[in-house]
Design a protein around this ligand. Structure first.
Ligand code: FAD
Length: 289
């Protein structure tokens, strides 16, 4: 009698392998959804679990309440085009997706070039820059929830706003795949745009360092980086965490950052900006804590 393959589980995984910030510590279990048949076993995963993409905007507390991280494998759904519509799995990286874009002559997501994110994380966060965001391209999203199982959310149900989507308010909703509406374009033009964006990004941001991108959302009418710089925190260190000398809304792990170092740094930045400008900074980075 054939038995179902057990869901892929890795034990004692260093946070350094899960997030781009790579703070100290390990996570007891990481469960990876590789195919639709694995969904029938999700109920066996002990709660609470935290759903993670490539961890480029998430900080994990090794002593927090999450013993398990749940991820969608990059192999769950490779990008497939039907005209200008592309169906792509949540676990696919920006780099792989842009290789597909160039090969198929379908453009749209080049604005994310150089960022170590996944399609699923970008869909949930409404990733954006250079005047574009994911909301412009997402047609529908395939999700799994405990009560409804696998189903699709249309663009309106995603309720997109600045760095926000409905899924951020329903934390146990797992994004499995996304259908994007792209544009046809010459492969050379797409390739040239990717190179240009990577060059511009690396001139402004510490993208080669251990960082999680923007720490705080830009408050209406302000830039978080300028506010943090104005209170004298640019370049200041908190243990193994430094407020980047290149971009004050980026934190850098200078070697052995702990979760507590990150907390101290964020608390100080929020307090100083509130004291000086009366503005409440809201975190863009997510916490698995
Ligand atoms: C160098 C650098 C530059 C960056 N530049 C930008 C930028 O220009 N613009 C911008 O918007 N962001 C930027 N970021 C931040 C980050 O890349 C984005 O927020 C991105 O969307 C996160 O994708 P991820 O796969 O890493 O998500 P993660 O950090 O893993 O997760 C982010 C959130 O999404 C949820 N999530 C992830 N995958 C799923 C899934 N499959 N199902 C359900 N929920 C899920 C997580 O629970 C979490 O709440 C940058 C980050 C870095 C390191």
């Amino acid at each position: 009698m054939s038995r179902r393959r057990p869901i892929l589980t890795k034990d004692n995984v260093p946070i350094a392998k899960l997030t781009t910030f790579q703070n100290k510590g390990t996570i007891p279990h990481v469960v990876v959804i590789e195919s639709e048949s694995d969904l029938a076993q999700i109920h066996t995963v002990k709660k609470p679990y935290f759903i993670l993409g490539k961890g480029s905007n998430t900080v994990i507390d090794p002593h927090g309440r999450y013993n398990t991280i749940l991820q969608v494998s990059p192999s769950y759904q490779a990008p497939v085009a039907n005209g200008t519509e592309v169906h792509v799995g949540a676990g696919v990286s920006v780099k792989s997706f842009l290789d597909f874009s160039v090969a198929s002559g379908l453009s749209g997501l080049e604005f994310a070039a150089g960022v170590p994110a996944s399609i699923g994380g970008m869909t949930v966060m409404n990733f954006g820059c250079w005047g574009s965001d994911m909301a412009e391209f997402v047609d529908r999203v395939q999700v799994w929830t405990a009560d409804k199982g696998c189903h699709w959310l249309n663009h309106t149900e995603m309720d997109y706003a600045y760095r926000s989507s409905s899924i951020q308010h329903t934390p146990d909703t797992l994004v499995l795949s996304v259908v994007l509406q792209l544009r046809t374009e010459q492969s050379d033009t797409i390739r040239e745009r990717i190179h240009r964006y990577i060059k511009e990004r690396s001139a402004k941001q510490p993208i080669r360092d251990k960082t999680f991108g923007s720490t705080f959302k830009n408050p209406s009418g302000h830039f978080a980086a300028a506010l943090i710089e104005s209170v004298g925190l640019k370049g200041v260190s908190f243990g193994g965490v430094q407020i980047s000398e290149r971009h004050a809304n980026f934190l850098v792990n200078t070697g052995d950052a702990s979760f507590e170092d990150i907390q101290n740094c964020l608390r100080t930045a929020k307090e100083k900006v509130k004291e000086t400008h009366g503005i409440d900074l809201e975190s863009e980075v997510k916490f698995a804590s």
